[in-house]
Design a protein around this ligand. Structure first.
Ligand code: PEP
Ligand code: MG
Length: 658
């Protein structure tokens, strides 16, 4: 029994839909294959299915053999043909890629430091300085002297292997049951647990053992082969699963050998973690609160470890390459996350210098706490709203602790990038609603999806672009994909019931983009009303981050409820200097008169139209520029939570000075 169809699952058979498809296939007794371009794989292995790389719009055949073959083919074809199947899924993160599930922070990465032969210099990936005891984490490679089993050894070896799989899964289940495990970390562990039970990984290893290979050698061979296959696929999400395969293979081998992995759990308070690389499994369990700084051979400013380090305020220097091995025997390490410099066993003078700087940074943080609850007011009584830029609900606490007066930018793309599938409307409504509740009565400004070819996400097919920053991103992509955009707008309307939700559009360069969005919002409202679903109203604002938006600001001000100036992009577009390219970093300067003039033009247009003008680019937190922005008429400044107290202090002092 076989049938062919065109796949209508949005994301194609990526992680989540693949897992659902496999679950469905496994509910039938018969043997089932899925065939694409003449290649057939078992429909009961999500690993095999993902490697087949089935995308939306491609033709596949489902072939089944056995008693319930007809029902199986019908059910599986129905799943493939239901275009909403991937979206209606629940949002438990059990099939997310371990790597993609890592919490993200979109703060622009600090500049890469040049490498130097003199001292150890890597990429300055997370700012701050730290000196502390070294904690070298170089887990030994697991090797196996491949052993050929005698016939009588095979059954006991299979039993040992099954016990090892069970032990790994139990350990992961236990980790999942730990309520202190953060959402993103839970996704990592759940993804690894799924892999540990996959038919291909387990089945192929069992087959090798049956042929006489010992369990450790067989596990290494199969997990390495699968990792290689995932690494070779032209798809960043599937590439990320290569790491997952290796991590799970390693855990199974350790269980077989009765060994425990070198654990990060013992890291002492304030230690400098030194590693060649830190894998997904380690990251999920690392006690980040105790880590003073991170130094890695691998990784760059935009790697996951850099993102995690920045969001937890841990200084980090990455990309040291093989030279990281020079730190293996160091007792104490000094790390400069601003310059990328590393000193192994610093002398007393250098150590004292680092300790002084750490002390100063702490003293500054402590001194600023008195501004936490201050109301930043100008002499004329105008309150300047000092808000926070967030990318996930996990950051709410840090923002509130810092004294943020609401959220000036909620980057929703992180919600999309975290998962290997498009987040459902319900999940989005819940997230935006929770954000609004947490900050009410302060406003939370949610930015609609700002994604482009430079940051691909599962479920959206991006064209190859020569210049992704000038391409199909932000509002341009959303208006071309009303299916995705309307889902987000509906979720935002639903969330507006729970607090003070405002919405803003990224990358606007044409008036029509705002008008077309309004039409979609009206459509969404009509649909929700008809469906009897509760919703509220939200103010619609525009991000000013393209020169075109600045030049038409007076007209945009008549269409928008507020402006929020995105200086990160505005600077790169005004100066024609890529924000990620260190060689033009000098030009990428918000204080350049050209950029300041663009900000002033925007402010003038907004003030004249009587709408609020705010700023959510990194410049909003710069103490040296805040007075100028306020003089221009800005009344809202949104920044990373750590910058909030200092910005409040600047405004309070400005108000006192009159
Ligand atoms: C900006 O461009 O200034 C901005 C706030 O958005 P992002 O950094 O996410 O592009
Ligand atoms: Mg931007």
């Amino acid at each position: 029994m076989e049938r062919s169809t065109i796949v209508r699952v949005h994301e194609g058979l990526h992680a989540r839909p693949a897992t659902r498809f496999v679950k469905l296939a496994k509910s039938f007794e018969c043997e089932i294959d899925i065939i694409k371009d003449g290649k057939a794989v078992s429909a009961k292995s999500s690993v095999k299915l993902m490697l087949l790389g089935v995308k939306e719009g491609q033709e596949v055949t489902v072939r089944a053999n056995g008693a319930d073959a007809i029902e199986a083919v019908e059910a599986l074809i129905a799943y493939l043909e239901n275009p909403r199947a991937g979206l209606e899924d629940d949002d438990t993160p059990n099939a997310d890629s371990a790597v993609a599930a890592v919490p993200q922070s979109a703060a622009p990465p600090p500049q890469a430091a040049p490498t130097s032969d003199a001292g150890l210099v890597g990429i300055a990936a997370s700012e701050g300085v730290h000196v502390g005891p070294a904690f070298a984490h170089f887990p030994p490679e697991i090797r196996s002297d491949r052993r050929t089993l005698a016939a009588h050894e095979i059954e006991p070896e299979l039993t040992k292997f099954q016990a090892a799989i069970a032990a790994v899964r139990t350990r992961m289940d236990k980790a999942l049951a730990d309520e202190t495990l953060a959402g993103g970390d839970r996704g990592i562990v759940a993804a690894l647990r799924d892999i540990a039970g996959d038919d291909t990984l387990v089945g192929d290893t069992v087959a090798m053992i049956r042929e006489g290979t010992d369990a450790v050698a067989a596990t290494i061979a199969v997990s390495s082969r699968l990792a290689e296959e995932f690494g070779a696929v032209e798809d960043p999400y599937l590439n990320a699963r290569a790491d997952d395969m290796q991590a799970v293979g390693r855990q199974i081998c350790l269980a077989l050998l009765g060994q425990d992995d070198v654990s990060l759990e013992q890291i002492p308070q304030g230690a400098v973690l030194i590693a060649d690389d830190i894998g997904a499994w380690d990251l999920a369990r690392a006690p980040l609160k105790r880590i003073g700084a991170i130094v890695c051979g691998h990784g760059g400013a935009t790697s996951h470890i850099a993102i995690i380090a920045r969001s937890h305020g841990i200084p980090a220097v990455l990309g040291l390459g093989e030279r990281v091995a020079e730190l293996r025997s160091a007792k104490v390490v000094a790390v400069n996350g601003n310059s990328g410099a590393i000193i192994a066993d610093p002398d007393a003078g250098a150590r004292a210098d680092y300790e002084k700087r750490m002390g100063e940074a702490k003293a500054e943080r402590d001194a600023l706490t008195i501004f936490r609850d201050a109301v930043p007011k100008l002499a004329n009584g105008t309150v300047i709203e000092v808000a926070a830029n967030l990318g996930s609900l996990e950051e709410i606490e840090a923002a509130k602790e810092a004294g943020a007066m609401g959220v000036g930018l909620f980057r929703t793309e992180l919600l999309f990038m975290r998962h290997m599938h498009l987040p459902s409307e319900d999940m989005q409504a819940e997230t935006y609603g929770a954000l609004a509740k947490a900050f009410a009565p302060y406003p939370v400004i949610v930015r609609t999806l700002d994604i482009g070819g430079d940051k691909p996400i599962a479920g959206i097919e991006f064209p190859e672009e020569e210049n992704p920053f000038l391409g199909w991103r932000g509002i341009r992509m959303c208006l071309d994909r009303p299916d995705i955009f309307k889902q987000q707008l509906r979720a935002l309307l639903r969330a507006a019931v729970h607090g003070n939700v405002k919405v803003m559009l990224p990358m606007v360069s044409d008036l029509d983009e705002v008008r077309r969005t309004r039409v979609l919002i009206e459509e969404c409202k009509a649909e929700l009303k008809q469906q009897g679903i509760a919703f509220g109203e939200f103010a619609l604002g525009v991000m000013i981050e393209t020169p075109a938006a600045v030049l038409i600001a007076p007209a945009l001000a008549r269409e928008a409820a507020f402006f929020s100036i995105g200086t990160n992009d505005l600077t790169q577009y005004v100066m024609s200097a890529d924000r990620l390219n260190p060689t033009v970093a000098k030009l990428n300067d918000v204080a350049n008169p050209a950029v300041m003039a663009a900000i002033e033009m925007t402010a003038k247009a907004g003030v004249e139209a009587g709408i609020m003008v705010g700023m959510c680019g990194e410049a909003a937190g710069r103490p040296d520029l805040i007075p100028a922005f306020i003089r221009m008429g800005l009344t809202e400044l949104s920044m990373s939570p750590a910058s909030v107290p200092r910005a409040k202090k600047v405004v309070v002092e400005l108000g006192k000075a009159g």
